[in-house]
Design a protein around this ligand. Sequence first.
Ligand SMILES: [Zn+2]
Ligand SMILES: [Zn+2]
Length: 171
Amino acid sequence: MKINVLELKHSREANYIFKKEFDGFEIGQDKVQFVKPVQLKVQVNVAGEEILVRGKITAVFKLICNRCLEPYNTEIYVNFMENFIKEDKYKKLPVDEKDDNLHSYKGDIIELDELVKQNIILSLPIKRICSVNCKGLCPQCGKNLNTEKCDCKIDNVDPRLAKLKDFFKFN
Ligand SMILES: [Zn+2]
Ligand SMILES: [Zn+2]
């Protein structure tokens, strides 16, 4: 996912669509695996010495459900807007003119892979559940209650759950 700024010399604006296979990665104890190539649509504009990159990422990946521990696929869309400036000019900028959305590039190539990856990581869902109806695992026998039934008595399982049960009785 590279933009050659020389291509922008005349038009000062361009659109690109990239597709790229990304390696999976680990966050804490979670493994994130891409199911298909990540797609990136970008609009690039030249504004003085800065190059404005507006992107839309589409990624499909496999996560592990927090309730039933089975893998499931999820799709995310992320929009971002970042500015790029040539490295030598970036170095001369006063500190207060640099912000998180301003990046430098070397030579004539703006490299977007790392930015795309960071944006994907930031938009990973915190709550990972395969479906709102996921029944999870039986806390006693460990069976996946989405696909199996068990005869466990779920009454005196967990004091916290018991409290919740009382709550529902009263309401
Ligand atoms: Zn689940
Ligand atoms: Zn059970």
